[in-house]
Design a protein around this ligand. Structure first.
Ligand SMILES: [Zn+2]
Length: 243
């Protein structure tokens, strides 16, 4: 990373913020899935709905009907079912583009391509998640102009306020995120009326390094319910906190 990029990345966490106060008393937990493997839109969707919850799925149009890390990706039909059943679909760039290493001009072209994919398949979308959680000041500002919110990776739960231009998120990875950590983060969110956004990829009995298992996802959903948090898509969580 060049020095200029390093400075831009550091500045990006302090500048161009769009603060959302988290002052409803009740905590919120959101479940998001990046790249959207087929298992996320089938098994992930099913588990969320068992808890009467809805999630957010960040799609790269270029991955549709493809494979990623040996896991089949979503179909257009599966994405349309998500929307029909009240889940949220968001943008994750068309080509899983690293936003910190591409010019704003290139990013805009990529976002347009993904929007063309959504428009062609009549899939509404307003939110965005940075691939790899990678962003700099230029891409944060450009994404904020285009999308209702941007989600990054890392940072755990957020309390007091959330930056809609860089919403923090916690990985939900079977081989990395312990049940104890999940419980602690959810308890803190509930106690402080905060907002915890999980992100994962496939939902599989034998996931890769960036996926979750049905058991881990079910545990997190159950803990969120037990703690008294609401479980909402990112879009609906924003509406909740804006009330
Ligand atoms: Zn991704």
């Amino acid at each position: 990373m060049t020095l200029l990029k390093k400075i831009s990345r550091r500045l990006a966490s302090h500048l161009g913020c769009a603060w959302l106060p988290l002052k409803q008393g009740q905590g919120v937990v959101s479940f998001t899935f990046d790249d959207v493997p087929a298992s996320a839109c089938i098994l992930g969707k099913q588990l969320l709905e068992e808890f009467d919850a809805r999630g957010t799925f960040f799609v790269c149009g270029d991955l549709t009907d493809g494979q990623e890390q040996g896991h089949p990706c979503h179909s257009v039909e599966a994405l349309q079912h998500l929307v029909e059943d009240g889940h949220e679909v968001g943008c994750h760039t068309f080509s899983h583009t690293n936003c910190a290493t591409h010019s704003v001009k290139e990013l805009k072209r990529d976002w347009e391509k993904n929007q063309d994919f959504f428009t062609k398949n009549t899939i509404a979308n307003k939110g965005f998640a940075f691939p790899f959680g990678a962003y700099d000041l230029g891409s944060k500002l450009a994404a904020s102009q285009r999308f209702a919110y941007n989600r990054i990776t890392g940072g755990g739960t957020q309390t007091g306020r959330a930056d809609l231009a860089a919403l923090r998120a916690q990985s939900l990875y079977a081989n990395k995120t312990s049940l104890d950590k999940i419980k602690k983060l959810i308890d803190k969110t509930a106690q402080q009326g905060g907002w915890l956004i999980f992100y994962s990829h496939e939902v599989d009995e034998t996931p890769g390094p960036w996926g979750t298992t049905p058991a881990q996802l079910r545990y997190a959903l159950a803990q969120a319910k037990i703690s008294g948090c609401q479980i909402l898509s990112v879009r609906d969580a924003i509406l909740f906190f804006q009330r």
